[in-house]
Design a protein around this ligand. Structure first.
Ligand code: DWN
Length: 421
């Protein structure tokens, strides 16, 4: 940590009990250390300002097996001025296009029906529904991004999604046939309030569709760097089923996707709706039981593997630096900041990170203070090695950087195990 970093005491923001079942028996199985918020990129002239470090530890509820962060940082600190936008990657754009087309078809939507997106960000997902002709409305608290979404024709309410707000929004815009929440439900602490709000706003025959990184993939593929302060919960079906049942919802379908290291798309309807429960729902619960997601030993083994993955990366970086080689990073991702801060790899080992997002370029990574440059810096500076910090887009990144490889550059993928391309 640099001299200006302030460690927030671990007694602050502590999660008191499981946010789904309310049980107090939470078992902390992994401590990644204190680190800055993952999207807290620093403008050059703020580099000598104080930087706050928060504990990043993760626990499992011994009753419902929800995995959560032990500390909940106030959302205003992380989401009022937000730097992540999903539309920077072709992988995400095609993923969300498939989402809107398949949902439109599956639930025979028409141009009178309303699709609401919780945490709509820059409107990437809603723009697909708009093209298909449905009514759309985004709800997102990030003032900077909402302005941009509205200017691109995505009607968006700049608010946090709360049950209180939905009463007003539902009366103003009418009942929603579809309410989506992709990579956002895991970011919300008062998760029961979210589903009270979904209940208020969703049509009786409507469907709520959430998408989130899947805990099974996180554990099986050592994706420890997807554990960060924005992600309060790490979902599997068992605790989600309990959550939905508490709000008179039923899971009617579940689909798996490779995006973001492995995600689940969970389809939920009101108990008294006509939607049938598909067979595959039960299979997910059986598989989670069989793969040990409901045993503490699974989480302890995962924690041991994380130590190994980090050690391999640290030793590799040390070795190539000792041989006088240069290293850069690709993708100033939130996960990349966890990888670097938890491995204590910083600007003394990594010369720069390239990134396609304009408002990240020219800034510095939180905690490690590595400068972020435009992607074309890779060929200009030709570092010997480049760690793909946004490994969830490794394929897309490698395909578009063949010239770097042709000139002898080597890509490194840090998880599930260190791999040199
Ligand atoms: O839940 C979240 C996940 C979905 O995305 C958010 N809370 C935060 C965010 O996590 P992240 O920052 O790790 O997101 P990404 O999208 O994995 O970050 C990728 C980074 O890589 C972006 O900054 C863009 C950059 N990138 C690039 O420079 N060139 C990405 C691609 C595909 C590229 O070709």
């Amino acid at each position: 940590m640099n001299s200006k970093s302030i460690k927030v005491p671990s007694s602050k923001y502590r999660l008191p009990k499981c946010r789904i079942c309310g049980d107090y028996d939470l078992y902390t199985f992994l401590k990644l250390g204190s680190m800055p918020i993952p999207n807290g990129f620093i403008p050059q002239n703020d580099l000598d300002k104080k930087e706050f470090f928060f504990p990043l530890n993760v626990c499992v509820c011994k009753k419902c097996f929800l995995v959560s962060l032990t500390h909940v940082i106030p959302p205003e600190i992380m989401f009022k001025n937000y730097l992540y936008i999903p539309s920077t990657s072709q992988t995400v754009l095609s993923h969300f296009e498939e989402f809107s087309k398949s949902v439109y078809k599956e639930y025979s939507l028409n141009n009178k029906e309303l699709v609401v997106d919780i945490g709509s960000n820059d409107g990437t997902l809603l723009s697909g529904f708009k093209k298909l002709g449905t009514q759309i409305l985004g709800v997102d608290p990030a003032e900077n991004i909402v302005k941009d979404a509205v200017s691109r024709g995505i009607p968006t309410v700049c608010e946090f999604f709360t049950s209180k707000k939905t009463k007003f929004l539902s009366s103003k815009y009418g009942k929603a046939k579809i309410i989506c929440g992709t990579n956002v439900i895991a970011h919300i602490d008062d998760i029961h309030d979210v589903f009270e709000g979904v209940n208020n706003w969703l049509d009786d025959e409507g469907v709520f569709i959430m998408e989130a990184p899947y805990l099974m993939d996180l554990i099986e593929k050592n994706e420890f760097d997807t554990i960060y302060h924005e992600h309060l919960s790490y979902f599997s079906i068992k605790p989600l089923k309990l959550l939905f049942e508490k709000h008179n919802f039923k899971i009617i379908d579940i689909k798996k996707f490779p995006i973001h290291g492995g995600s689940i798309r969970v389809f939920v309807a009101k108990n008294n709706s006509h939607h049938k429960i598909k067979e595959n729902v039960a299979n997910f619960l059986i598989e989670e039981e069989a793969k040990g997601l409901h045993e503490i030993a699974t989480y302890e083994d995962f924690a041991l593997r994380v130590v190994k993955v980090k050690k391999n990366l640290i030793n590799f970086v040390k070795k190539i630096r000792k041989n006088g080689k240069t290293i850069a990073g690709y993708g100033a991702a939130a996960k990349g900041n966890v990888m670097l801060n938890s491995s204590k790899i910083n600007n003394s080992q990594i010369d720069f990170i390239v990134d396609s997002i304009k408002h990240k370029q020219g800034k510095y990574t939180p905690g490690t203070h590595i400068k972020i440059l435009k992607e074309d810096a890779l060929l200009k500076k030709m570092p010997d090695y480049t760690i793909i910090l946004a490994w969830n887009f490794a394929q897309e990144i490698i395909v578009k950087n063949q010239e770097y490889i042709k000139r002898g550059g080597r890509f490194i993928i840090p998880v599930p195990n260190l791999e040199i391309i």
